[in-house]
Design a protein around this ligand. Structure first.
Ligand code: IMP
Length: 457
């Protein structure tokens, strides 16, 4: 146990866990989080906002979570929309209403008073900023989700922002909104200040009962050894500092960002689960070295249902990139990996995996990509082609549910073992379908490793 941790002697080893996206988002983190959420006391979203879209498929309903954590789907669990988030209160209300209508809202829900408010003007500003970039050259567009994420974070760091603590204090809201509007006089087409004030005033009254100081709640939980799960949104490669800047989001979807965005001290963190698909996708602009083209790209898109859960945009598809995976592993300190959507590749003869890059000057890169997006665009991936595994028929799925890891096709076990060896991190989780029960835990650390005998074994 960490000697600096506040957890008592009886505390469980893994009371604070973080789930981090290891690619460009859309790794099916929501599913892994949902699986783990049932065992947690608190599930916290630490960053981002309605740009996230976590698709959840339950026998009773399918839906997408954007600003609410998966915690609310479980009895006895509190879902926290944490301090690091930027939240659109109108979309939040609609999301909560949908969850109630579908009878899947079973836990509790709270919003941090320190979370920032996305105002109706922020999505407009988002589109206006994209217009400026595009005017100079289409290649400059970030391809944002147009949910106002960048402008809301810019206001947060510029100290113009409005927090939920302000939203629920009518006089303060009026003052802060006036100041914010004064800073935006140069932006065309924004809704009138009075209109915004009226809209916010209404929604504030309805959301006020959920607005709390969330840090003390989480500190107490950690001290008691209760499980806290910090649910990643977006991904490490979209991190504003460590991602493919400027084609990134405006927050820190890394393990370090999870601590800043939840208010839990870093030394309390026990476990960092990196989630990666068995292949790769990217939506929006930006470099994607292992992007596939033509028929195979379309196959991955169709078989994997690769359309943005938030915007409906078709995702670009390609292959697992170990250079980037090694990079984000070191950046986040992954203690385990979850590999998702392995069923999508079922039936392929070979599964290419990028093990290195060569740069135009002939340099070989294995674990640290160029910081400049244009240079990352020019690298050539070096692929190793692993044997493919059979299709995931209904029968195979049933066998896996009954017999666990031993029912996995040997080629797939080889693939997982390869990923473990190449990253130095055990693959402990496997997801082989969209349903909640199509998730397999291979065991912790060495156990997971031995569950995956090498190809020759
Ligand atoms: P923003 O977060 O809306 O500002 O978008 C910035 C970039 O991040 C764009 O390329 C988006 O497509 C991407 N992005 C943001 N959130 C997600 C997500 O949850 N999944 C995948 N891509 C995302």
């Amino acid at each position: 146990m960490n000697p600096r941790s506040s957890k008592g002697a009886g505390a469980r080893e893994t009371s604070v866990s973080v789930v981090v996206g290891a690619q460009f988002g859309d790794e099916a983190k929501g599913k892994i989080t949902d699986y783990l959420a049932g065992r947690a006391r608190y599930v916290v979203r630490a960053g981002g906002g309605p740009n996230a879209g976590h698709s959840i498929h339950l026998p009773e309903a399918s839906f997408v979570l954007h600003q609410v954590s998966t915690g609310v789907l479980h009895e006895g669990v509190t879902g926290v929309s944490g301090p690091g988030m930027v939240i659109n209160p109108l979309l939040l209300e609609a999301e909560l209403a949908e969850l109630r209508e579908k009878h899947v809202f079973k836990g509790e829900f709270v919003i941090s008073e320190r979370a920032h408010v996305i105002l109706p003007l922020h999505p407009i500003e988002d589109g206006w900023e994209e217009g400026i970039r595009q005017q100079r050259s289409p290649a400059n567009a970030v391809g944002t989700t147009r949910r106002g994420i960048g402008p809301a974070y810019a206001d947060r760091y510029g100290r113009w922002g409005i927090r939920f603590a302000d939203l629920v204090r009518p006089k303060l809201l009026q003052e802060r909104l006036g100041l914010l509007y004064a800073s935006k006089a140069h932006i065309p087409g924004l809704p009138a200040e009075s209109e915004t004030l009226a809209t916010l005033g209404e929604v504030a009254g309805r959301l006020a009962p959920f607005v709390r100081p969330t840090e003390p709640m989480l500190w107490d939980a950690v001290a008691k050894g209760e499980r806290v799960l910090i649910e990643g949104a977006q991904s490490a490669l979209l991190d504003v500092d460590f991602g493919t800047y400027p084609f990134v989001t405006s927050s820190h979807p890394t393990s370090a960002g999870a601590m800043v965005g939840s208010g839990i001290p870093p030394q309390e963190l026990d476990e960092v689960i990196g989630v990666t698909k068995a292949y790769a996708t990217r939506v929006g602009a930006g470099p994607f070295p292992t992007r596939a083209e033509g028929e195979i790209a379309e196959f991955l898109r169709t078989a994997g249902g690769e359309r943005g859960a938030t915007t409906g945009r078709a995702r670009d598809t390609g292959w697992l990139d170990l250079v980037l995976l090694r990079y984000v592993t070191r950046l986040n300190g992954f203690t385990s990996l979850a590999v998702t959507k392995v069923d999508v590749l079922g039936g392929l003869e070979e599964v290419p995996v990028a093990i290195a890059y060569t740069t135009p000057s002939g340099e070989k890169l294995t674990d640290y990509p160029p910081a400049v997006a244009e240079e990352l665009n020019q690298v050539r991936p070096v692929y190793q082609r692993l044997p493919g595994w059979p299709e995931f028929t209904g029968r195979l799925r049933e066998r896996i549910q009954r017999e666990g890891v031993h029912a996995l096709p040997s080629q797939l076990r080889h693939f997982l073992r390869f990923v473990t060896e190449e990253t130095g991190v055990p693959v402990e989780w496997l997801s082989y379908g969209p349903m909640r029960d199509e998730t397999l835990w291979l065991g912790r650390g060495a156990t997971a490793h031995t569950a995956l005998p090498s190809w020759s074994a």
